[in-house]
Design a protein around this ligand. Structure first.
Ligand SMILES: Nc1nc2c(c(=O)[nH]1)N[C@H]1C(S)=C(S)[C@@H](COP(=O)(O)OP(=O)(O)OC[C@H]3O[C@@H](n4cnc5c(=O)[nH]c(N)nc54)[C@H](O)[C@@H]3O)O[C@H]1N2
Ligand SMILES: Nc1nc2c(c(=O)[nH]1)N[C@H]1C(S)=C(S)[C@@H](COP(=O)(O)OP(=O)(O)OC[C@H]3O[C@@H](n4cnc5c(=O)[nH]c(N)nc54)[C@H](O)[C@@H]3O)O[C@H]1N2
Ligand SMILES: [Mo]
Length: 566
């Protein structure tokens, strides 16, 4: 029998799956041909799910450390023994130094809205240190939103109608494969594909033009494109005067980045930059797919902000097929009933998750003495791993890890709790690469003694005497509440419509920018007052971090202000 499911690994595509189950075991996984976006094909990784879920290496019982820290020697224990010990440690760590000595660490091992967020209320109620979830998208989002505002960007399907596609710092063929058929369709109709990436990855190898720039120099390249577009009269002045602010200021800034200067900063031939700018500027429907690459740098937010200004300069949002994609979906948005930030005592400190190494080795008043890891593998994913491993090896740090497999982080655990997989739980899934939402129910019961994340936190909450409603809600209660989200994107979506397990379209237009921009001015902001107010350069800044350039930019405040502000 084939059952509908969703791939919940951290990836924009969030595939619709069909899973074949025989005698309680998953024997085969394939793409669901009825899914409107992922349309029946899956990546290689997903086809290996039967072996992954029933792997002999799967952790199937709670484990307690018996060897020295980091030795990965454990013995199986009962759930009661494991959870009693975790609850007792939480008590003994918080009583002398306060609950901030406890640090939760989680990310995106399972992308379901319920389970991914099911630990927050528990740690808020404890008064544990809070975690700032910075490891993936926030720098990119902050930069992009300063230019175009919050909310979903151009739907990827639009690209099929484009005649000029730029893949900007995304390894699409590996990390977002379902976008490729839309790019291919456009190319069959004659579209040009440029890839901007310091590395000749498999996506770059398929491009018509690969701009192999130095890492961290994207803003200079984008400014040089602006300079050429403005200089050759390719800017869409109608769109600019109606829908943007700060054109005169950005024109002055772009003039400081002629292709020759960008060529020097980016390490690219000047002629290639001009060709890219002319191709983009002359296209009928220019489209950009941004990846996460440009933001993985100091000043990465500025890089994304600058790239995000290009479509407005050429009026790309007006034409079918034109636009820019960063993130899609994005509803439901109100998770507070589940995460309960109101339970967190005022003034609790926040730890930036990319500084875990420092937090474990240097933080004081109080030091972190209990680390609780779930849906993440910080020993492998957190930066400065030498510091992270040094911290994890501390004899006086108690480490709890909830996992499916013996990861690098598990090796340093004192207690490991076996986590159920995404095919063993009920949850609601949105995507960040398409505008559909999907409900999935378990296709098999949890393997061995493994348990869903929500369940584990509720059991621990009961042991600590927490009585708020959130510590006894079911998965389905949570989903019903999520479906009552006030976001307009969720209008008309209910449990009944999702029950069949098919993906349901959110109320998000494929070209959201046709309806305006969710910036403070309601326009595309070449000049951002909000950035100036934060003491940042309100104009795009093309100087790469740490690389000296021959010339410095004219300070923005020596230019006249946009008329709306003067
Ligand atoms: N199969 C698979 N798919 C995945 C994931 C996975 O683990 N496996 N992970 C998912 C997650 S969490 C994410 S965030 C996305 C990431 O998706 P992508 O953004 O596509 O992935 P990356 O490989 O991180 O980076 C993309 C490209 O950016 C380039 N790059 C690095 N620095 C720069 C720079 O300064 N400028 C420019 N222009 N390019 C630069 C890199 O060489 C790389 O080729 O993929 C998601 N999809
Ligand atoms: N070295 C390195 N570091 C990186 C990156 C990189 O490419 N390389 N990428 C960065 C990016 S973009 C991101 S988003 C982060 C990702 O950081 P994480 O979210 O921490 O990484 P993942 O490996 O996606 O998932 C964490 C764990 O979740 C577990 N898991 C997976 N599926 C399930 C499930 O269904 N149920 C349960 N209970 N557990 C499950 C996996 O076994 C895995 O160990 O890492 C960042 N750091
Ligand atoms: Mo990510």
């Amino acid at each position: 029998m084939w059952k509908r499911a969703v791939c919940t690994k951290d990836c924009p595509d969030t595939c619709g799956l069909l899973v074949r189950v025989e005698k309680g075991r998953i024997v085969s996984v394939k793409g669901d041909p009825d899914h409107p976006y992922t349309a029946g094909f899956i990546c290689k990784k997903a086809s290996f799910f039967p072996g992954h879920i029933h792997s002999p290496h799967r952790i199937t019982t709670p484990l307690k450390r018996i060897g020295p820290k980091g030795s990965a020697r454990f013995k199986p224990v009962s759930w009661d023994e494991a959870l009693d010990e975790v609850a007792a440690r939480i008590g003994s760590v918080s009583s002398p130094s306060g609950p901030e000595a406890i640090l939760p660490y989680s990310f995106a091992g399972h992308m379901g809205l319920v389970h991914r967020h099911s630990g927050h209320a528990f740690f808020n109620r404890l008064g544990a240190s809070a975690l700032d979830y910075t490891i993936c998208g926030p720098a990119a989002a902050a930069g992009f939103e300063a230019s175009l505002g919050k909310g979903p960007s151009t739907e990827i399907q639009e690209a099929a109608q484009s005649d000029f596609i730029i893949v900007w710092g995304s390894n699409t063929l590996t990390t977002n494969i379902h976008a490729w058929p839309f790019f291919s369709r456009a190319r069959k109709a004659g579209a040009f594909l440029a890839v901007i990436d310091p590395y000749r990855n498999q996506t770059a190898r398929k491009a018509d033009m690969h701009l192999m720039l130095k890492p961290g120099t994207d803003a200079a390249l984008a400014l040089a494109m602006m300079q050429v577009i403005i200089d050759r009269d390719l800017a869409d002045l109608d769109f600019i005067f109606g829908q943007t602010i700060g054109f005169e200021q950005v024109k002055a800034r772009a003039a400081e980045y002629p292709p020759a200067r960008a060529a020097e900063i980016c390490g690219l031939p000047e002629e290639m930059i001009i060709q890219l700018a002319l191709g983009y500027g002359r296209a009928r429907a220019p489209y950009i797919r941004t990846g996460w690459g440009p933001a993985r740098q100091l000043r990465g937010g500025m890089a994304m902000r600058t790239i995000a200004l290009l479509p407005a300069l050429v009026g790309a949002f007006k034409t079918p097929g034109g636009g820019i994609t960063r993130s899609l979906g994005g509803a439901p948005s109100d998770l507070k009933f589940l995460t309960r930030p109101d339970l967190r005592p005022p003034g609790v400190r926040t730890v930036n998750m990319v500084e875990l190494g420092q937090a474990l080795t240097r933080l004081d008043h109080p030091p972190v003495n209990l680390l609780y890891v779930y849906l993440s593998n910080p020993a492998a994913v957190a930066p400065q791993s030498r510091e992270v491993l040094k911290g994890l090896s501390r004899e006086d740090l108690f480490v709890v890890v909830q996992e499916m497999f013996m990861t690098d982080t598990c090796r340093y655990a004192d207690i490991i709790l076996p986590g159920a997989s995404f095919l063993e739980v009920t949850d609601l899934y949105r995507a960040y690469g398409h505008n559909y939402i999907q409900l999935a129910r378990p296709v098999i019961p949890p393997v061995g003694q493994s348990r869903p994340t929500l369940d584990i936190f509720q059991d621990l909450a009961a042991r600590l005497g927490f009585t708020e409603d959130v510590f006894s809600v079911s998965e389905t209660d949570c989903i019903e509440k999520l479906l009552h989200d006030p976001s307009p994107y969720m209008q008309g979506i209910d449990l009944e419509g999702l029950r069949s397990g098919r993906a349901v379209r959110l109320n998000i237009p494929s070209k959201p920018y046709a309806q305006g921009f969710a910036t403070p001015s309601g326009k595309v902001e070449f000049f951002s007052r909000a950035m100036a107010d934060q003491g940042l350069d309100p104009l795009p800044d093309g100087r790469p971090y740490g690389i000296p350039t021959a010339k410095t930019d004219t300070p923005w405040n020596s230019l006249p202000l946009p008329t709306v502000f003067s």
